[in-house]
Design a protein around this ligand. Sequence first.
Ligand code: CDP
Length: 229
Amino acid sequence: MTSLKKIIITVDGWSSCGKSTMARQLAKKLQYIFIDSGAMYRAITLYFIRNEVRLDDATQVVHALQQIKLSFHLNAENGNNEIWLNGENVETFIREMRVAEKVSEVAAIREVREFAVKQQQLIGKDKGIVMDGRDIGTAVFPGAELKIFMTADNEVRVMRRFKELVAKNPSIQMEDVRSNLAQRDHMDSNREVSPLRKADDAIVLDNSHMTPEEQLQLALQWAYEKMTA
Ligand code: CDP
């Protein structure tokens, strides 16, 4: 039997196209670590909101980052790797709309990106990792063995995110979700520091008409090809 090589798998793409779902499925199957890099930017944003950090004041931003300790811990009940901020599980709070509304602005700050990218590279140093985000294949792990760029039709993405959010907050409006996604996609792909773009060697996966099982099978096939190469 050929032994399987440990690799790095990056999953980048637009908001709400199912990156985390697929990265999580893939990691589970391969017994790899799954890291949702977006959760890190969301947790930093939550800290900035709670502490009223002014985003246009570099001194305040740098000082705030020095106070932030992020870590991921496995939740034994649901099997998910959840994010903790300074000793508190913030997984629920970071998904709130008030965080979604600010996160792309926070994620565009150079110091914030340097802070997060350094930790992401450290977590992936021994490979055996699936990480999803916007710049993972381009800036965090440019040498990754398998890079997937995910996309889905706009309205499919809006519906998916709306269903997810309305389950927690029944008063949420579809229009608010639609404009938040559009705004974040615009900011993420137009920012100066490592904007969202497909790495030249990434494979595109459009999952508009795929079930989670179908997308997993496709990605697994790609992963095994790289692991046995
Ligand atoms: O809503 P969705 O799950 O698609 O986004 P997310 O993965 O939770 O990421 C939230 C935000 O963090 C994105 O809109 C980006 O502004 C930022 N982000 C980033 O800049 N770089 C990453 N590697 C991951 C997320």
